[in-house]
Each structure stands twice: as C-alpha cells, then as structure tokens.
Design a binder for this molecule. Structure first.
Ligand code: KG4
Ligand code: ZN
Length: 482
C-alpha cells in the first residue's frame, strides 16, 4: 500500500467521511418475512467466518417487477403476500465499513449461509478505518465472500429471489464495492434488488431471531459509528428519540482499548470488555456525560478525553509495552481504567434508555420490548446492565446473538426479505451496466424522523443530511399511492 495513499486516507475516526459521490436515481428499498434459525458464531474475527445451513428447496419464487411508485401493501395481492414465503431466497451483501459479509436467508428466516471477512488486522495496524484501504480490502475479497455464501447455501445465483445490499449509511467507497457486486449479480441473473439501511438491518435482525417480535418496539442501536434510540412503529417507520452529538460508544471503546495498549486484532471492544473483568470499576471517577440534558441523546467525546487524561496523569506508558508484557501493577491500572470507563459508558446508555422507555411508552403504550443491537450489543456487561433497566420497566430485552449484532450479511438479507415482502424493491439493473455507473449510495442517511420533543439543546449534531430519512421516503411513497 503506497505510503502517500495511506497518509491521505487514514482516518482515526469511524464516522463516515463526506460522501464522494452520490446520485439519486430513485428511492429504492425492499423487504419480506419472518423468523428463525439458530445462528452460530465464531470466536476468531480475523478469519473468514463460515456459518452454513444446507438447503434443498425447489427453485425460488420469482416476483414480478413492480416499479417503486406502484408499491402498495403486502396484503393487497396474494401473489405479493407470498413473496415472503419460505421459497424466497435472498442474498444479502454488506460492505458499509470494515467487514465484507454475505449471507443467504430464506423467507421463513432460516439462515442458509453466513460469511464474514473482517479487516480487523488492518484496523489493528493503522488504528482506524481508512476508507481507501478499506475499499481495497473489500474489493479483494468480495467475490470470494459472495461465492462462499452461495456455495455454503448449496445454491447458484439462478435460484435466488432477490439480492439485498447495504446502500447506506457508511463509507461511500466501501458501499460502492458491495452495491456494484449486488448489481452485477442482479443484472446478470435478472433479480430484483433491495437497497438496505444498515441501521434498520441491525434493528430488524431481532425479528429474525425472535419470531414473535412485533411492532412497535423500542430499539437501542450501538455500533462503531452510531448510537441511536428509535421507536420502531412499523417496517420502515421509525421515530428517532436520540442520537449521538459526537462519537458513538463503539468508537470510545476502540479508542480506549488502543490507548491502553490492547491487542486490537480481536477488536477494541471485545479486548476492553475482557480486560475490564479484572479491574475495579469504581477506582477512577469519570463523570457521566450529558446529565444536565434531560433528553435521549448521547455524547462520548468527553468521556474519551477523560480517559486520555486519566492515562496521561498516571504516567501510564503503553506505547512500548503491550498488555501481555506489562507488570502486575501496570496491568492492574490498565484494567481499572478499562472497568471504570466501561461502567460510565454503559451508565450513560442506561440513563438514556430509562428516559427513552418513558417517552416511548407515552407515544406507544403497547411496546413490550427493547431491542439492543449493533456491535457493542455483543458485550455481556452491556446486556446485563440494560436487562436490569428493561425488567424494572416491565419490558423484555431482545438482543441478537453476538454474530448477528456485529456487522453481517444475514441482517441485510433479512431486512431485504422484510421489504421485499411488501413489494419494496427495484427491478434488475441492465446486465451490461457500466463499471463506473453512478450508483445510489447514501453515506449519510438518517433512519427515522426526529422526535420533536426530544431535540437536544446540546447539539453539535452533524446536520449535513444528504438524504431524506428512510422513514420519510417510505411515507412519501405511501402518500403517492393514495
Ligand atoms: O455494528 P458493528 O459491527 O459495525 C459498525 O456498524 O460500526 O460495530 C462495531 C463496533 C466496534 O466499535 C467494536 O469495537 C464494537 O462494535 N464491539 C464491541 C464489542 N464487540 C464489538 N464493543 C464492546 N464490547 C464488545 N464485546
Ligand atoms: Zn453496523
């Protein structure tokens, strides 16, 4: 990798850069059906992780292509209602950040294959997601990952019903790799294509895992680039109760892990969670962010600064001494910082969730569940603390297994199925689409509409909204049909 390229593209933050390219052809989305199968997981994030369920089903049901403007509901046509049946087979492709993932899922929720190729080694080496390098890494493995997903599912492209792919939010260079691949397959095999919102997919995968999870529900989506509290009212219809005004919690975990000299090859979050188990969580007094703001927004930049200062003021020198070589006292100090950071980072989540539950119950008294998903939701401490809050409020916590919390192709395929079922998809692209065709990529794409009573006064919330939210597109489309 050329050093100059590296220098120009290296970014220490996981938040998406300004979009390089974007052009709206027309709004597109799609979806389909319900639940289950028992997903498996792997503990080695740096390898291709293969999860296979063999299948032996007849040829997939092929939908008739409907232009977006003619969407109606799934219930108005028996033909379309059947689009979510178990004969439906959707390939999901995910390349929005640093994992290249693909999976095949059946309309009834059965996971036929799941493949993830992680860039953890690159992340460990360079300290963050560098868009250009991440793009190259995706491009290098995308064909292999998709082929592996098809092989593991014992399928060829011809047998698919549709291809679902993440179109945003994320790094546009990375999104482009997945979207191009999806369009090549869809064009060649005349398959409809479903553009998926990455954060919606984190939320909806809970409905694959938990068959009876109905709308409305409350969702906390916590990842490397996002911190969202949403009220999910129906498919594609979300109220954003809170978001981060600066960094997401995963970014704070990753940075703290790096500053503590942890082995980043297994991911900053998991490494920090492990070390925190050895530490005293009350030993260092970090303050809880945004307590004076009685809303549901988040902030992690200040906590990061507090951690940095704690490390510097204790003359903890981690640069030359990896954790494995640290003295007993040094290791204890790092563990205390890790545990104290984690306690406060999660307390912030707890406080915001408590308020969000109160708000959500006022808006939708029938909610029964809090869905917690996204990479950070694979953390056991996070799950345990949030479970208390949820139970105290008479709700239920729904948390996908770790392999479905971190980025994966299953959640994209599943969200594709959910929308496909409602007839929300695009027709196949032309088989001879040019390599450099302008694509509908949405690097900054809000999920829901902001809850008006929840606006923060503390905002430096980045307002550069490139696209209308998913919810406003879906509502607009529904209005057009009336
Ligand atoms: O959802 P995700 O896989 O990718 C994004 O969409 O960002 O989330 C990745 C984030 C990273 O910051 C990673 O360190 C964090 O999730 N993460 C964790 C754990 N596993 C992954 N954070 C804390 N504890 C974990 N066990
Ligand atoms: Zn994610």
């Amino acid at each position: 990798m050329a050093a100059s390229l590296l220098a120009s593209s290296l970014s220490l933050s996981r938040s998406p850069p300004f979009p390089l390219l974007l052009l709206l052809k027309k709004p597109y989305l799609s979806l389909s059906l319900f639940p289950i199968s028992s997903p498996s997981s792997s503990s080695n994030p740096s390898l291709l992780r293969l999860h296979t369920h063999r299948h032996s089903l007849p040829l997939a049901l092929r939908p008739r292509f409907k232009p977006y403007s003619s969407f109606t509901s799934a219930h108005d046509s028996p033909e379309r209602a059947s689009l979510g049946g178990e004969d439906v087979l959707v390939l999901g492709i995910e390349t929005s950040c640093d994992d290249t993932a693909a999976a095949v899922v059946r309309g009834n929720g059965e996971i036929l294959s799941q493949v993830v190729s992680s860039q953890a080694d690159l992340l460990a080496r360079y300290g963050g997601v560098a868009p250009k390098m991440a793009e190259e890494a995706h491009a290098l493995v995308i064909d292999k990952v998709v082929q592996q997903a098809l092989d593991n599912a014992n399928l060829t492209e011809k047998e698919l019903s549709a291809v679902a792919v993440t179109i945003g939010p994320g790094l546009s260079l990375c999104l482009r790799v997945g979207v191009s691949k999806a369009r090549r397959i869809a064009g060649m095999f005349r398959l409809p294509i479903v553009g998926v919102h990455h954060m919606e997919a984190h939320a909806l995968v809970a409905r694959l895992v938990q068959r009876d999870l109905q709308f409305p529900f409350l969702g906390l989506l916590i990842s490397g680039g996002h911190n969202l509290l949403i009220l999910a009212q129906s498919l594609g219809n979300y109220v954003q109760l809170g978001t981060t005004i600066d960094d997401a919690i995963g970014e704070a975990y990753d940075k703290t892990a790096r500053w503590l000299g942890l082995d980043m090859r297994k991911g900053g979050g998991p490494a920090l969670e492990e070390l925190a188990r050895e530490g005293d969580a009350n030993s260092i007094k970090f303050s809880i962010p945004m307590r004076q703001h009685k809303d549901c927004n988040f902030s992690y930049a200040g906590l990061k600064t507090q951690v940095r200062m704690a490390i510097e003021s204790r003359n903890l020198c981690v640069d030359d001494v990896p954790l494995s070589a640290a003295t007993f006292d040094d290791r204890k100090l790092r563990a205390d910082i890790a545990a104290s950071f984690q306690r406060v980072a999660v307390l912030h989540l707890e406080e915001r969730c408590q308020r969000a539950i109160e708000w959500a119950l006022k808006i939708e008294p029938s909610i029964k569940c809090l869905v917690v998903s996204g990479g950070v939701a694979s953390n056991q401490y996070v799950r345990c603390r949030l479970n208390h809050i949820v139970e105290e409020n008479g709700l239920k916590l729904v948390c996908p297994p770790p392999s479905l919390c971190t980025d994966n192709g299953v959640m994209i395929a599943w969200t594709g199925i959910e929308h496909f079922r409602l007839g929300r998809y695009d027709p196949p692209p032309p088989p001879d689409e040019a390599e450099d065709a302008q694509l509908d990529l949405r690097p900054r794409w809000p999920l829901g509409e902001e809850y008006s009573e929840g606006r923060s006064v503390a905002r430096s919330l980045k307002k550069a909204r490139i696209h209308p939210s998913l919810t406003s597109i879906i509502r607009g489309s529904a209005m057009q049909q009336k």
